[in-house]
Design a protein around this ligand. Structure first.
Ligand SMILES: NC(=O)c1ccc[n+]([C@@H]2O[C@H](COP(=O)([O-])OP(=O)(O)OC[C@H]3O[C@@H](n4cnc5c(N)ncnc54)[C@H](O)[C@@H]3O)[C@@H](O)[C@H]2O)c1
Length: 344
């Protein structure tokens, strides 16, 4: 039995606890929130009568001595949670984003390394079947190497809460999913970015609800991102909509079930090379999916096997570097170089 303390009993904690219920051998030994009523409410809702409830993570870890901490707090509190978890010799699985600033990200990844503990991030958009299929399809070379990756994200949620007050809300709180997916799908290594952020007149956020960025993903690959968190109408999927242009064809994905590809034929019709549809193979049984559940299962397995999980912090920090590079570019109006060494 693996004991875990979950900290941060707000909206997302429900998804975590729903997943935990489906995993044998995991026990929630404690629930922590600055607002103890929220922790108590979750304990009642999930029949966790034996869980220790508290407002201080340190105190609950002292009392319960778990193997791992599940961090579902707001990004601004992530560093103190991580330092507390590692100081108590716990492995740590954390919500995205890994951290709210580059300094905090480096401090957290460094603390995990020094403590010799497993540290992973819930970058759950990777654990989506079509994201896995796209990666395999591109790896197969069926349409050649990807050269140009385009993602659009237009969703207009009224969350309330911390997002409406935080700076760089789209880039820091949501775009990390799309940036990480882009990096994963084309095996890219980000090298630089230009970005602009703005606040449309109709926005209900304090800052940074709309952004447009162009990344250099290495090897000649460019990734363009256009996003808004206050664009009502013609909503896109939470996964974004995608067009990936490769050397011998293209792939489009609507972020849901619509995934199609076309390959170029060696025949020209007037101005244009002929193209024909090409099947993107179904999910490979080895591909891990399942969103939060899949990531939590991988994290538990990594602890048991002494292995590093796919979404380990030391790798995820490179996707986060895309976020921080974009923020710096938006603030300075300049291209920002992204270091390949980030996180090593
Ligand atoms: N992976 C995803 O798809 C996904 C989706 C939505 C949100 N998230 C992430 O989940 C995290 C939480 O989001 P949410 O919507 O649940 O926020 P929320 O505001 O509903 O809940 C956060 C909770 O953390 C508690 N908290 C804050 N600081 C704390 C501290 N130092 N110690 C203990 N408790 C503390 C707050 O009291 C609150 O109850 C964020 O990082 C967010 O970006 C991820």
């Amino acid at each position: 039995m693996m004991d875990v303390v979950l900290v941060g009993c707000g909206a997302m904690s429900k998804h975590w606890l729903d997943a935990v219920r489906q995993i044998d051998g995991l026990r929630i030994a404690g629930l922590v929130d600055l607002d103890a009523d929220r922790a108590r409410a979750r304990a009642r809702e999930y029949d966790l009568a034996s869980a220790v409830i508290g407002t201080s993570l340190d105190a609950v870890l002292d009392q319960t001595k778990p193997q791992a901490v599940f961090d579902v707090v707001v990004p601004a509190a992530r560093r103190e949670v991580a330092i507390s978890a590692f100081a108590h010799n716990c492995h740590l699985l954390t919500e995205k984003p890994l951290a709210d600033t580059p300094d905090n990200a480096r401090a957290i990844v460094g603390a995990a390394r020094s403590a010799g503990r497993i540290h992973a991030v819930v970058q759950n958009r990777r654990y989506v079947a079509n994201v896995r299929r796209i990666r395999r399809f591109l790896d197969s070379g069926a349409i050649g190497a990807a050269t140009s990756i385009h993602a659009d994200f237009f969703v207009a949620p009224h969350f309330g809460g911390f997002r409406e007050e935080m700076a760089h809300v789209l880039l820091l709180d949501m775009a990390i999913h799309t940036f990480d997916a882009a990096r994963y799908m084309v095996a890219g290594e980000p090298a630089g970015v230009y970005c602009q952020e703005w606040e449309p007149a109709n926005s209900w956020y304090r800052q940074g609800s709309s952004a447009s960025a162009v990344f250099d993903l290495g090897g000649g690959k460019r990734f363009t991102y256009a996003g808004s968190w206050c664009a009502a109408g013609f909503r896109t999927s939470w996964e974004s909509t995608w067009r990936i242009v490769a050397e011998r064809g293209s792939l489009v994905w609507d972020g849901e079930d619509g995934l199609k590809a076309e390959v170029v034929l060696p025949v020209r019709d007037g101005l244009f090379d002929q193209t024909q549809p090409i099947v993107v193979p179904p999910l490979d049984p080895a591909d891990r999916i399942g969103g939060h559940l899949g990531i939590i299962q991988d994290f538990v397995h990594a602890i048991e096997a002494g292995a590093e999980p796919e979404t380990r912090g030391a790798d995820n920090i490179r996707s986060l570097a895309m976020v921080f590079g974009a923020i710096e570019s938006a603030e300075t109006g300049r291209r920002v170089a992204i270091s390949a060494q980030e996180g090593q």
